[in-house]
Design a protein. Structure first.
Length: 398
């Protein structure tokens, strides 16, 4: 399997060139050639189906166990985990120049993820706990196998985050009464990964595409964002007084805004797969700002902030990165199709609707349903449009 040696943060809109196609080309099955191929598809299909199933369960149509807790668990440890694992299994190969799981090993990892999802349908318990723990442990060990020989210590954050997610999922399933605290710790691990990875890829992509060497990170801003996010999730997990979170949230909002402005998002308006990343990243500022406003009593509760984080930031970053890296690593031009743009816009409308729903209590359930449908539509478009791109590849006939 050929793998690009270009670091993922330096891939441009035209990289890499298509390895096949044209006259005399045929399709071959390539689903297990590269980590992002199966895991992006699994993430998209599961995200689409599970959000619809959750809505039906909430309406009493499907007998899913503890619908809200199942929904939260699967969004974190099913959908988001699949995107992260798929991305890392691809990116780590670029960082180290060594091959990550492919073929039988990659198929086995994918099977472990599927078994964990099936186990969760029976509700919390030892089977679901064990299945998720095995998946996260196997994924982290695969990353370590590639990263350890001569790898950079800072990259060990990623397998460590997977270990944390596995531990959190295990506790959640064995002790469902601790779901609140485990959800906060799990989200904390995911947000740390999102902050670190967005700090690498968004300015890198922007700098390369715009030929602007001045688009760089500021070290103290990057460290400050991580500290603020970790502190907020720690306080949430321990259920400390909201007033303690407020000054941290204010500081985080200022840092997130400074970070975004440093990257000059307005200059990316003509490159869809670039401005999508900037728009998704803007939800980091919204999350911090809404938490601060909630602490000051200016908005009711933290539900608005929670969904700015999960639907806007995490969902948006996942979809934008899935589209961009799927195209780049399968030899397509890294240019958004009309369906890509439509899917991302539907997702952003879903985020706005879900965040704003508490402002309209009389229509809350309707708005929530619309948001869920739009989410399913966005990831459903990806699941269908990228099925042939990720499952198949073109090879030239001899």
């Amino acid at each position: 399997m050929a793998r690009s040696s270009i670091p993922i943060s330096q891939i441009t809109e035209a990289e890499p060139a298509s390895p096949g196609g044209g006259l005399g080309a045929r399709q071959r099955f390539a689903l297990f050639d590269l980590g992002l191929r199966p895991f992006y598809l699994l993430a998209a299909w599961w995200s689409t189906l599970s959000i619809l199933a959750w809505g039906l369960a909430a309406a009493g149509v499907l007998p899913l166990p503890v619908a809200t807790n199942w929904h939260a668990h699967e969004m974190l440890f099913g959908f988001t985990a699949a995107v992260i694992v798929g991305f890392l299994l691809t990116a780590v190969g670029n960082w180290t120049g060594r091959d990550t799981a492919s073929g039988t090993r990659l198929a086995a990892l994918s099977a472990l993820w599927i078994i964990a999802r099936i186990a969760g349908l029976g509700g919390p318990g030892w089977f679901s706990a064990g299945a998720n723990a095995v998946f996260f442990l196997a994924s982290s060990l695969e990353l370590l196998r590639v990263m350890m020989p001569g790898g950079k210590a800072k990259n060990l954050l990623f397998p460590a985050a997977l270990v944390v997610m596995g531990a959190v999922s295990t506790v959640w399933n064995l002790e469902p009464e601790r779901a609140y605290a485990m959800a906060r710790i799990g989200m904390g691990a995911i947000v740390v990964v999102v902050i670190v990875m967005s700090g690498r890829v968004i300015p890198g992509f922007t700098r390369a595409n715009l030929q602007r060497p001045d688009i760089v990170n500021t070290a103290w801003v990057e460290r400050g964002l991580l500290v603020a996010a970790i502190a907020m999730f720690a306080l949430d997990a321990l259920q400390f007084d909201q007033r303690l979170v407020t000054p941290i949230a204010i500081a985080g909002a200022v840092l997130a805004l400074a970070r975004s402005l440093r990257w000059k998002p307005w200059a990316t308006r003509s490159i869809a797969l670039l401005w999508m990343l900037h728009v998704a990243h803007a939800w980091l500022f919204v999350w911090f700002a809404l938490r601060a406003l909630a602490g000051l009593g200016l908005v009711a509760g933290n539900a608005m902030a929670l969904h700015a984080l999960t639907v806007g930031l995490i969902g948006g970053i996942c979809l934008a990165m899935m589209m961009r890296t799927a195209r780049g690593h399968t030899g397509r031009a890294v240019i958004a199709s009309r369906w890509d743009v439509a899917a991302f816009c539907w997702l952003m409308i879903a985020a706005l609707a879900r965040v704003g729903a508490p402002l309209f209590p009389a229509h809350y359930l309707t708005i929530m349903a619309v948001s869920g449908i739009l989410w399913a539509l966005a990831f459903g478009i990806f699941a269908l449009a990228y099925l042939p791109i990720l499952a198949l590849d073109k090879v030239r006939q001899r």
